[in-house]
Design a protein around this ligand. Sequence first.
Ligand SMILES: Cc1ncc(C[n+]2csc(CCOP(=O)(O)OP(=O)(O)O)c2C)c(N)n1
Ligand SMILES: [Mg+2]
Length: 438
Amino acid sequence: MSPAFAAANMIQPLNFAAPTRSKERLFSDPLKSPNTTPFAGSTHNLRSHDRPNSWSQHNRSAAAAVVGVSDLVKEKKTKSAYSSSNLLITKQEGLELYEDLVLGRSFEDMCAQMYYRGKMFGFVHLYNGQEAVSSGFIKLLRKDDCVVSTYRDHVHALSKGVPARAVMSELFGKTTGCCRGQGGSMHMFSKEHNVLGGFAFIGEGIPIATGAAFSMKYKRELLNENCDDVTVAFFGDGTCNNGQFFECLNMAVLWKLPIIFVVENNLWAIGMSHLRATSVPEIWKKGPAFGMPGVHVDGMDVLKVRNVAMEAITRARRGEGPTLVECETYRFRGHSLADPDELRDPAEKTHYAARDPIKAFKKYLLENSLADEAELKAIEKKIDELVEDSVEFADQSCLPTREQLLQNVFSDPKGFGIGPDGSYRCEDPKFTEGTAEV
Ligand SMILES: Cc1ncc(C[n+]2csc(CCOP(=O)(O)OP(=O)(O)O)c2C)c(N)n1
Ligand SMILES: [Mg+2]
């Protein structure tokens, strides 16, 4: 097994090499263990009255196994990512990662301010706390690689290189946004950067990503193009109970597609705990059920995420097919900016706040002399200015015209939207006769 996957939890499908750990370790009963896991908050705090009546012995043991898995990740963490004798990155890589992490956090904090000042419309879902997943994966990608996101998509777009100005303007609904202001918070898209969209309907991005990976394979094997591009699909724990997830895992293995399915398991789907909603909560184990490797990694540790990402991306580029990676993470804010976040236990929030991936990485950089305080301060200042600039730019940009709002809404030129003369049917005064004014 590769060192990166070995550093996280991984099980292989039957035709792969057997894992080196014993089954016993993986499924050890955490309740008997004196150590608590970094992810204990979510599982230990599931009191009996929180469970539905149908909560079975099976569910209980499955939940316990998640804690057992996390214990192992914690143990490995001390031995790898934070070990000074085994540096995993160069100074240059470390500074780039730090900059991306800080950009994600600062941008989202600014979004919250702008949303409450009435500059943005509709729902806005922030990514605070989950930055290590975006930076850990996307900073390893090339421009031609594709990223598919969810409605929590601003930071994925930023990590992939979409300028902060274009993302902020999109959020302000301005013409300078990456979708000319027509997408808004949940629909970041950039052809140039191969960001194939945020998706408001959960799970909808997974088939799009599978299709993108199919086109990469098609180019390589049928058109004989020199293409080893990969697609990375990000989605949440709640989404893994949707049909598209299972359908796409199946097809990705059948066609050996260059795709990485990245589950950002933040333990909650709006107000529903992952452990209450999911019969087998260890999502990573669903990979081998379909014939692909499944890996579980500490999603609050950017170096561990990056390590696993590197291995999965390399496999995909080599034509060895898909990987399912479950990153265990946490969101530091409510589900959306409209959510007062009263459901989650304050103790759980405090527990994860102490594992802030940016603070942990900063400590790592300093302790391992990869950066000094002044260098990191300079990065923080640069990002502050960049984010401020994005707000000014968005504020000064123009709103779309009424005519633009009707563009790109209908895809079929001969269909419902555009008449035979090429003009929009809805611009025909008769179009709205008897209905509300458009
Ligand atoms: C098909 C579909 N069903 C239901 C919803 C309503 N909904 C919005 S967010 C959400 C929870 C998703 O949770 P998760 O996948 O864990 O993502 P997270 O918000 O935690 O990032 C649901 C059910 C939706 N958007 N789309
Ligand atoms: Mg979730």
